[in-house]
Ligand binder design. Sequence first.
Ligand code: OXD
Ligand code: MN
Length: 598
Amino acid sequence: MEKFPTTNKKLIEWVNKMAKLCSPERIVWIDGSGGQKLSLERESVDSGELIRLNQEKLPGCFLHRTAHDDVSRTEHLTFICTKKKGDAGPNNNWMRPFTAYKKAREIFRGSMKGRTMYVIPFSMGPVGSPFSKIGVELTDSRYVVLNMLIMTRCGQAVLRQMERDDDFTRCLHSKAQLDINKRLILHFPEDNTIWSVGSGYGGNVLLGKKCLSLRIASFVARKEKWLAEHMLIMGIEEPNGHVEYIAAAFPSACGKTNLAMLVPPEGLKKKGYRIWTVGDDISWMRVDSDGSLWAINPETGFFGVAPGTNSKTNPNMVETIKKDTIYTNVLLKPDNTVWWEGADGEVPAQGIDWKGNPWKPHARDAEDMVIKGAHANARFTAPIMNCPSASFRLEQHHGVPISAIVFGGRRQHVAPLVYESFNWQHGVFAGATMGSELTAAQVGKLGQVRRDPMAMLPFCGYNMADYFRHWLAMGRLMAKPPKIFHVNWFMADDQGKFLWPGFCENLRILEWILDRCNNKVNAMQTPIGYLPYPFDIDMTGLNLSAGALEKLLKVDKEEWLAELKGINKFFGGFRKDLPKELWDEYNALLGRLKKYVQ
Ligand code: OXD
Ligand code: MN
């Protein structure tokens, strides 16, 4: 009989039951101590799971390589398992819970033979905060344990909390044989349970992240009347020293992480602006006793994309990942440091690529394709506390008050640089119709719009029509709801050249957003919402091409009428489930556009 460091009966029974299924050689409880972390790192290096990097240049840093077919989230193997299919909605893959458990049980059976099963008690959000949720992940992967130690609060403090509050999300993970044909990422929201098997990739196996904090949490949030969102949270310190907070949702590859920790451009820095990073990926938001929306970032780390990260695109991240970081699938340089496409400095003359093969620049594979040193989805896992712009409010149990919610997409045309919605319901419509054009990096027709409401399409753990209804209801719960905006950093001219420089210059638009929240500036009323007067955007030190700002702030009637056709088709997919309010917004916009004289 194992000795357990807890008296929580539910936990003991569940660990015993899962151990019986997976047959590990031993069970180790993660206590969150530095000593245990050091032993795990040592064991991982000995077993080859991690490579210790140059400790002078990159103290506390390691490199991990995944299996070649296990490099990103596998959405087609990800399921929401509710009793009724309609509860998962058209936005999710669905499997009957009985079938899902049965299928996965066959893969889990004996999968940890000869291995250690680690028990990781973790808290999403500050331990003990009424905002937070507790989970326990069982895993046979040391890489998972070491990543979870960065991404979440784990160990003794959580176990102590569990003596008081015995409810928790049961998260079971096994690498099993890392076989893509025996890989399943299963969510059982009705049982508060997640089972992930056959993968070693972060998004599939760090179960506190997408699986708990978005898919399961969104399901719970609807019942408990709060919001679990795929959003960054950032504080913008204004010249008067006051910090205002915004939450923003963008589909993948639209620069969420870069925005969350931007360094103000010179002119705005001089004025006195400064950014405080609360989170780059997930926001849990509740209506507090003051009638406003308050947000926490449930995580304690970044799991960011390495390629393209450099001192120009994200200087704060470059600082953050200089220590205590786990790199995954990047290039290893001869001096035991790392590199990726789009990193600072010279392209190395040689190295070991993400697959573990010798690499030289411009080398080509059998299909004559250039071999990348790092995988396009190579990652780093790093503590938020290492970030120079880390917010001083990260540990506050009620989080931060949200003044504005910002939605955005990647659109060459149609969506102007920024617009403000007329009210909450109109803002929900803007979020629900959000979309991005496919880039060369994605499967599909170039330029085709993929709708990704609130950037939650792969992460909403229930029927998205009900999710929209929940968003509408949340607006009615708030005495002072945040204003909702839509931004588009990616407008292009007819040659496809970006009209807006993006990156740190985006702060100029956030400044306008806050000025609107604080009633400091007027705006132009257009059919799609309020747009800035060009003179209200601080352009000091920025030379845009002639007429660019006017193009960026234009509402093109014909383009919007065409856009509405796409929205009509998208809404039609939800049939009678779509809330009537969204059709009302659709019809109202159509009416305003028809009357619009440009
Ligand atoms: C992520 C994603 O990994 O959104 O954060 O795909
Ligand atoms: Mn994300």
